[in-house]
Design a protein around this ligand. Structure first.
Ligand SMILES: [Zn+2]
Length: 116
C-alpha cells in the first residue's frame, strides 16, 4: 500500500499518470507525488556527496560541479544549500552569541566640505 511521501498518510488517491508513472494525491496534506520516484536513488546520493565535497574543499563553482556530474547547476545549488541548512548551528566559544561590527572610520566621518 502506498503512503504519502510527505506526511506518511494512507489516505491517497490516484491522480493521473506523469511520464509513464502513476501519480498520487494525498488527501491529508494535499501533496502530489509519483510512485517509484527515482530522485532519492543511490546514484543521486553519491552525486550530492561529491558536490558537497567539491564545494567545501575545492571551492568549485556550481556551474563547474554541474558540468562535472552532468546535472543542472541550479540543482547543485539546492543540494548544497539543503545540506548547509541541515547542519547544526556552529558553537561559539566564550559564550559570545553576537558580534558587533564597526564600519571603517572613513564611513563614520563627515562628508567632505563642498568647494564653493
Ligand atoms: Zn500527505
Amino acid at each position: 500500500m502506498q503512503t504519502c511521501k510527505k506526511c506518511g498518510s494512507g489516505q491517497i488517491v490516484k491522480s493521473g499518470v506523469v511520464a509513464g508513472k502513476q501519480r498520487f494525491f494525498c488527501k491529508e496534506c494535499g501533496c502530489n507525488f509519483r510512485e517509484g520516484d527515482a530522485r532519492t536513488s543511490e546514484k543521486v546520493a553519491v552525486k550530492k556527496a561529491l558536490c558537497v565535497l567539491l564545494y567545501a574543499m575545492a571551492k568549485c563553482s556550481f556551474r563547474m560541479m554541474g558540468k562535472i556530474i552532468n546535472t543542472n547547476h541550479a540543482l547543485v545549488y539546492r543540494w548544497i544549500r539543503a545540506f548547509g541548512e541541515s547542519l547544526p548551528e556552529p558553537a561559539v566559544s566564550g559564550g559570545q552569541s553576537a558580534f558587533k561590527f564597526d564600519p571603517p572610520s572613513a564611513l563614520n566621518s563627515d562628508p567632505p566640505a563642498r568647494l564653493t
